[in-house]
Write a protein that binds this ligand. Structure first.
Ligand code: ADP
Ligand code: MG
Length: 680
């Protein structure tokens, strides 16, 4: 890598050793000292004053200035919870909500879940005593269903507003509306970057409270040529920094769990080979599904004389602040959910980040001392290829779930909803059409009885529909299991580099000949039969913590099934019924085998492939249903199950016509496949 030369030269110069020492002493500060050292601390009084004076306040401050962890505590001290009302604070990410709540509980010296708690999808860690509640923006969105005026809150903080997630964007409209008839509710919109003016305009010119940041300079390095393999390049860069640069922790931005795990393994292997010649390197991953005790590790101070490298997803860009990062490695990519409103297809893909993101990432290196950021792309790419800003989620993802929740809130006219940036008209129409096809809306666009039941589930409407359909097909036990497993699907199987063959054999032993949904069910049922054994997981290369999470999710889903009055019933012997119930929810996700060994989606004739990990990878049945599309080198279907085309007429007669489901495989005219669909 090109900048290695630059590193070597600087590494020869060791006069920064002393400066580092002081950084390490700083790290050992007590909690009280840390709190006082945060930039926000000196603004405590003026901030509280401003909040008392104005109903809505925009708070802007550099990441790490203390907004998320401190403001709720200041409000508590100032008496905002006196009449037994809570302070709420939303986070776009699950991990952030949990981690920040844990930190604040620690700062206040209380047990997490008592005075300070968090609530995320499928997990509520709060109690009657909770006065500071962190939650995901999705959770608050759903809370509107049971408490439309947020009566139990005295202050609501919409935090990390700059992230512009779908739920945050919708919350803007909802909370703005509420402030009109709840004059006692205080609303804070907190953001890390320069969108403050825009937020202020939206909230009727609410005043902006700026917390001046402190930031040290960060030197930026680029590669001279594009990197073919950024994971490998990241590993090489980490080792180069470790070998040549003064102590100070490293933060690497990767796109997801799999990539991070690969990187961890590569680093462990290579540092082992290098042996004792180098100082100790602590390798720490952080991503959404990481268990919380492991997450807590990234915040532990680095032992003296050692160096820490944190391998993180986007979560470390603004949501989590890890102290003492001096070096940032930025490959320039992130995973993003993208929705094509022309084809109605949603797909998770790795995309280049925006300039705004790149600058946030670089900024992480300059919080405690001057830092360095190594971009694994060229200066030219930065200048000419990266977009200025990331497009808000509301303009690029499927709105099905959001629209269903809004309809359930009684907001019928979505075209005139108060959006900060409105979604594209086609996307909105498509979401309405999809909900109509799923039976959640009638032809006037009003919520049906089924729609109301679907809205009870904090899931994609397709998954909710699948759960409802299990009633008719008498297989609610199985469908609930499958739904729970789908929610952890990417991390069920463990595949260590040195035991790939064993792991793959173990995985194949679970295969169900009809596909992956039933394979996942097999895994779960066998685990239950082993009495939830850790040892069983270990022997079968199954991730114990994923299974544990699936079990929690399953329990929650069973509770929700009870709420919508669906009896738990089993038809384990009849996989046709189970597959029909899946089809009743996911009939949008159908593909048909076509010439040339690949599949075409039925409605839009897109070429897709079965993922190599699928139980059906070598089977290639004629008709399949898939759970999701993942775009890597090709468009892959993940979690695939064989179905019969005639079921589509049974479960979605208003969506499929028998003509488009005719089996043309035996005929000579493959051209007609999918052509008759038109646009839906
Ligand atoms: P902001 O919201 O302005 O980005 P935060 O309130 O998240 O800032 O972070 C302020 C400081 O709190 C961080 O610099 C860090 O020292 C500390 N902190 C935050 N979360 C944790 C945690 N989970 N463990 C330890 N320290 C934390
Ligand atoms: Mg924050």
């Amino acid at each position: 890598i090109d900048f290695i030369q630059a590193l070597k030269m600087e590494g020869d110069d060791d006069k920064t050793e002393k400066e580092e020492k002081t950084e390490y002493q700083k790290m050992r500060m007590t909690i009280e000292e840390t709190k006082k050292s945060l930039p926000i601390y000196s603004f405590k009084e003026s901030l509280i004053e401003a909040i008392k004076k104005y109903q809505i306040l925009i708070v802007e401050g550099e990441t790490g200035s203390g907004k998320t962890t401190q403001i709720p505590q200041y409000l508590l001290e100032a008496g905002f919870t006196k009449d037994s009302k809570k302070i709420g604070c939303t986070q776009p990410r699950r991990v952030a909500a949990m981690s920040v709540a844990a930190r604040v509980a620690q700062e206040m010296n209380v047990k997490l879940g008592n005075e300070v708690g968090y609530s995320i999808r499928f997990e509520d860690c709060t109690s009657d005593r909770t006065v500071i509640k962190y939650m995901t923006d999705g959770t608050l969105h759903r809370e509107f269903l049971s408490e439309p005026d947020l009566a139990s809150y005295s202050v609501m903080i919409i935090d990390e507003a700059h992230e512009r997630t779908l739920h945050t964007d919708i919350l803007f409209g909802l909370v703005k509306d509420i402030t009109r008839f709840r004059p006692d509710l205080k609303l804070l919109i907190s953001s890390a970057t320069l969108d403050a003016e825009k937020f202020s305009n939206f909230f009727d010119d609410a005043p902006i409270f700026r917390i001046p940041g402190r930031r040290f300079p960060v030197d930026i390095y680029y590669t001279k040529a594009p990197e073919a393999d950024y994971v490998d390049a990241s590993v090489v860069s980490v080792l180069q920094i470790h070998a040549t640069q003064p102590l100070g922790d490293i933060l690497v931005f990767l796109t997801g769990q799999e990539e991070i795990e690969t990187c961890v393994e590569m680093l462990q292997e290579r540092t082992k080979r290098i042996g004792k010649k180098l100082k100790e390197l602590l390798i720490l991953p952080v991503y959404a599904n990481l268990p919380s005790d492991m997450q807590a590790k990234i915040f532990e101070p680095t032992p003296e004389g050692a160096r820490k490298v944190v391998l993180a997803t986007n979560i470390a860009e603004t949501s989590l602040t890890i102290d003492n990062i001096i070096y940032v490695i930025d490959p320039g990519f992130a995973k993003q959910n993208n929705f094509n409103s022309k084809t109605g297809m949603e797909s998770l893909m790795v995309v280049p980040i925006s300039k705004a993101s790149a600058n946030q990432r670089a900024g992480r290196a300059g919080r405690v001392a001057p830092g360095k950021c190594f971009r694994l792309y060229t200066a030219w790419a930065y200048k000419y290829e990266l977009e200025d800003n990331t497009i808000p989620e509301i303009q690029r993802i499927n709105l099905g779930n959001a629209v269903l929740t809004l309809k359930a809130l009684g907001i019928n006219d979505l075209i005139h909803f108060d959006f900060l940036d409105p979604p594209p008209h086609e996307t909105l129409v498509l979401a309405l059409e999809q909900l109509y096809a799923l039976g959640a809306l009638n032809h006037h666009g009003e919520l049906t009885k089924a729609g109301r039941r679907m809205a009870e589930f904090p899931t994609d409407p397709m998954l909710a529909k699948m759960l409802l359909a299990s009633e008719k097909y008498k297989c609610s036990e199985e469908i609930v299991t499958i739904a729970a497993m789908l929610s952890v699907n990417s991390s069920v199987f463990y595949r260590p580099k040195d035991k790939i063959i064993h792991a793959d054999t173990a995985r194949k032993n679970f295969f169900h000949h009809k596909g992956d949904h039933l394979t996942l069910m097999n895994v779960y049922n066998q685990w239950v039969a082993s009495d939830y054994s850790v040892q069983w997981c270990y022997e079968n290369f199954v991730q114990y913590r994923s299974m544990k999470r699936a079990r929690d999710v399953r329990e929650q889903l069973v509770g929700l099934m009870e709420r919508v009055e669906i009896e738990m019933m089993s038809s384990v012997a009849d996989d046709t019924n189970i597959r029909k119930a899946i089809t009743a929810g996911y009939f949008y996700h159908i593909a048909k085998f076509s010439k040339g060994g690949h599949y075409k989606t039925v409605k839009h004739n897109q070429t897709v492939m079965i993922h190599p990990n699928s139980a059906l990878f070598e089977e290639l049945p004629r008709w399949v249903i898939y759970h999701e599309l993942v775009f890597t080198s090709k468009e892959f279907m993940r979690q695939v199950t064989e179905i019969e085309s005639k079921w589509l007429l049974e479960v979605a007669p208003h969506y499929y016509k028998s003509k488009e489901l005719e089996d043309s495989t035996n005929k000579k005219m493959p051209k007609t496949v999918g052509k008759s669909s038109g646009t839906q």
